[in-house]
Design a protein. Structure first.
Length: 326
């Protein structure tokens, strides 16, 4: 049985105007986001080389998207409708962390942060536990299992009952997603580098898993937190079943759309690293090659400037271009 539903504020019906007007501000989260943004911007000024603007934009966009996802109408209606909560969960797991990872905050902390922080990061990355936790199979498995665990365990309903639990899950999903993209994109230092093609194939498997979760929610007969939603007795909006169908579709769609920029960033990173390796190999070969003069010797220049029939041994002797030898 569902209890303590009287503590859940029932918002007004979700309309087009409510999407823009309904907000639930959290001053502590706002201060934390502003502090993180300030630290990032200060660190960019301490980097010796110019920090790419696109990384700064991506990171700040990720912070802003986190705030919008948790405090906009999605946060207002997350306890009374399934589909806003579904958009929240998939965005915090797959979209927000992607933008944060594209900002390369770990690299920025190493290059623009205090020396003790850079040393601590390098020591941490050199440990065996870091290498184990960042192994592609382990990272991908945890990433894939997480949304299934949230929806098909008491965790989901627990976040409906408690705002504190909901915020804890929001931060946990973002941290897990960032950990995943950090090890896959490798814009930041990582314990061990693996071929990018491994990441490409894993991404295709993840797309299938996202679709499987969405289809399960859309076509399954089990209502996730069904007692909770039925006990709300909403007089507006979709039925609990239709609500879950919309949420499953949102999970599937956003999960696949989030994979598009990730694949693009992955391919770009792969080509960039290939060009860098090719340039390094060329430099090593040039350093090992014997010295050759930049311009030909007079004899070589004379041979190059003469017509072929003069340098041909048979025609040269026949027509007097070359002297005959005994």
């Amino acid at each position: 049985m569902v209890t303590a539903l009287t503590t859940v504020p029932m918002p007004t019906p979700l309309t087009g105007s409510a999407v823009a007007a309904q907000w639930r501000w959290n001053p502590y989260v706002i201060v934390a986001l502003l502090a993180i943004a300030a630290c990032y911007l200060v660190a960019t000024t301490r980097v010796r080389e110019h920090w790419p603007v696109n990384r700064t934009v991506a990171f700040l966009l990720g912070l802003a998207l986190f705030g919008w996802t948790t405090m906009s109408f999605l946060g207002v209606y997350q306890q009374v409708l399934f589909w806003p909560r579904a958009i929240q969960i998939i965005t915090l797991l797959m979209v927000v962390p992607l933008f944060l990872a594209l900002g390369a905050p770990v690299r920025l902390a190493v290059e623009g942060g205090p020396r003790w922080l850079a040393a601590a990061i390098h020591r941490l990355l050199a440990t065996r536990i870091a290498a184990l936790l960042t192994f592609p199979a382990i990272v991908s498995l945890v990433f894939l299992v997480t949304p299934f665990t949230v929806y098909f365990s008491p965790i989901y309903e627990g976040t409906l009952r408690s705002r504190t639990a909901a915020w804890a899950l929001s931060f946990a999903l973002t941290a897990l997603g960032f950990f995943y993209y950090w090890t896959r994109l490798r814009l930041d230092p990582v314990p061990k580098e693996y071929p990018h093609l491994v990441s490409v194939w894993i991404t295709f498997a993840e797309a299938i898993a996202d679709g499987a979760l969405g289809l399960t929610l859309m076509m399954g007969h089990h209502l996730v937190a069904g007692d909770w939603y039925n006990a709300l007795n909403r007089s507006w909006g979709p039925t609990p079943k239709q609500d879950q169908v919309w949420g499953g579709g949102a999970l599937w769609l956003i999960g696949d759309l989030a994979g598009v920029p990730f694949i693009g960033a992955l391919w770009r990173r792969m080509f960039t690293e290939d060009r860098q390796r090719a340039a390094e190999v060329d430099a090593e070969l040039d350093a090992q090659a014997p010295f050759t003069p930049a311009s030909p010797t007079p004899d070589e220049e004379s041979q190059r400037s003469r017509p072929w029939w003069e340098t041909d041994p048979v025609l040269g002797r026949r027509y007097g271009f070359q002297e005959e030898t005994d």
